[in-house]
Design a protein around this ligand. Structure first.
Ligand SMILES: Nc1ncnc2c1ncn2[C@@H]1O[C@H](COP(=O)(O)OP(=O)(O)O)[C@@H](O)[C@H]1O
Ligand SMILES: [Mg+2]
Length: 427
């Protein structure tokens, strides 16, 4: 059976000619609807009568959300641009359209691209290459001084409810990585309200991640735009601040956030993302793939990250929460293998050898090892919070800072400077 295709290329002088040529039976493609705008295309997609859409870059109101909805409706998309219009091609790529062809490619080539898009064949060897093909699939990021374009690693710092210390670990890791000489971007993606700006003593009036996600949805986010939206704390440390108000979470659309992280890989060798705790999906909403979900952004980050850290508290209640959260994560994203970091470790709430007890509880109930233990160090965290500075600045010799630096060194693959605590390097 011929592939049933929607077109939304109205306005272009070549539209009728192209549709006529495409419609010829020997291309294996039938144009079932010629849509005049995005709204009509989405409505047509929802009817389930077509498997693919052919659209032009100048289609009004085309954004990442529309592309996501087409994908959710099971409609594969091929984009068309004027020959040589690289900017338009890049914009379509950023919106998530992998296959983009010059409009003069000919009906045979376009029909072939539509068939491949439907079959999910990787787009390769087309005239306009997909920049995402260059992206890495790193198991563990080992970013060093300057990343080749698009090759930076992404570490998501996640964990259960109950304030185990995700933000403390995310900020500490980013700061220490920067001090090790790794260009680092810290992203506050907490959909329940971001505090990274406050923790770092930044005056947060910037649109931050929400602004970046918005620009990404409009296909307008590139490296320069991301650079403008980020604070430069030091040359090696940039920060994309979070939601100033928790009720603005719908601004963090998953697709937009994922695109921001793709761009972040070009900007920084290491991107550290401070995430929310929740991963459960909204049951009542799951029939409606277009409705925004609060946890969607968290899931998008966890899916995109090369490494997911699960920060756990160290007392029995916190460990129980982590075991539950790890189970939920496994249900929702089984392909993610979280790396567990136990924070706030102290004698007291756990009897016997603290590390051994915690390690064996997590091994028994969550089938996971502990990658690192970070000590409870209230003196250091209080001093840092009071000053709006990082641990390295305010408590350089503290046990927590030292442990975070070791963690940053092992995650980035950059050794700690010899000479230990006194041999600090400004990043
Ligand atoms: N290792 C630690 N020792 C002492 N206090 C800590 C430690 N880690 C985090 N805290 C404190 O616990 C509180 C919650 O930490 P935070 O990083 O904001 O948690 P989350 O982001 O998971 O909600 C903060 O006051 C923080 O300073
Ligand atoms: Mg937090």
């Amino acid at each position: 059976m011929a592939l049933q295709v929607f077109t939304a290329v109205t306005g272009a002088p070549w539209e009728s000619e192209l549709v006529g040529a495409l419609d010829r039976v020997d291309h294996g493609v039938t144009v079932v609807r010629r849509c005049v705008d995005v709204a009509e295309l989405l409505a047509a997609a929802a009817t389930g009568t077509g498997q693919a859409a052919l659209l032009s870059a100048d289609l009004r109101r085309l954004d990442g959300e529309a592309v996501t909805r087409l994908a959710a409706a099971g409609v594969a998309v091929v984009g068309l641009v004027e020959p040589g219009d690289q900017r338009a091609a890049e914009r379509l790529h950023r919106l998530g359209i992998i296959r983009v062809l010059p409009v003069d490619s000919g009906a045979e080539v376009i029909a072939q691209a539509l068939r491949e898009a439907v079959d999910g064949v990787p787009a390769a060897g087309h005239d306009i290459a997909d920049p995402r093909a260059a992206l890495p699939t790193l198991g563990v990021p080992t970013p060093r001084e300057e990343p080749p374009a698009g090759r930076g690693g992404v570490v998501a710092v996640w964990g259960p409810t109950g304030a185990p210390g995700r933000t403390t670990v995310a900020v500490g890791l980013a700061d220490e990585a920067a001090r090790l000489g790794v260009s680092t971007l810290l992203v506050d993606a907490d959909v329940y309200g971001g505090v990274v700006a406050q923790v770092l003593g930044l005056l947060d009036e910037s649109p931050g991640l929400a602004g970046a996600a918005r620009q990404a949805a409009a296909g307008a986010l590139d490296e320069d735009a991301l650079l403008r939206l980020a604070w430069t704390v030091r040359p090696q440390l940039r920060v994309l601040t979070g939601l100033a108000r928790a009720d603005r979470w719908p601004e963090l659309r998953p697709r937009g956030v994922a695109t921001v992280l793709e761009e972040a890989r070009r900007l920084a060798a290491l991107t550290v993302v401070d995430c929310s705790f929740c991963v459960e999906e909204d049951e009542e909403l799951s029939f409606d793939s277009a409705a925004p979900r609060r946890n969607g952004a968290t899931l998008a980050v966890l899916e995109a990250a090369d490494t997911v850290l699960c920060v756990s508290g160290a007392d029995p209640v916190a460990l129980q929460r982590s075991i539950r959260a790890l189970g939920e994560l496994r249900d929702v994203l089984p392909e993610v293998a979280p790396v567990v970091v136990v924070n706030q470790v102290r004698r007291g709430p756990v009897s016997g050898d603290v590390r051994q007890e915690i390690g064996s509880a997590l091994a028994r109930f969550a089938a996971t090892d502990v990658a690192a233990f970070l000590p409870a160090d209230r003196r250091a965290t209080d001093a840092a919070l009071a000053a709006g500075r990082t641990l390295a600045e305010i408590a350089p010799g503290s046990p927590l800072r030292t442990a975070l630096r070791t963690l940053a060194a092992s995650l980035t693959g950059v050794p700690e400077p010899a000479g230990g605590r006194r041999a600090r390097r400004a990043g």
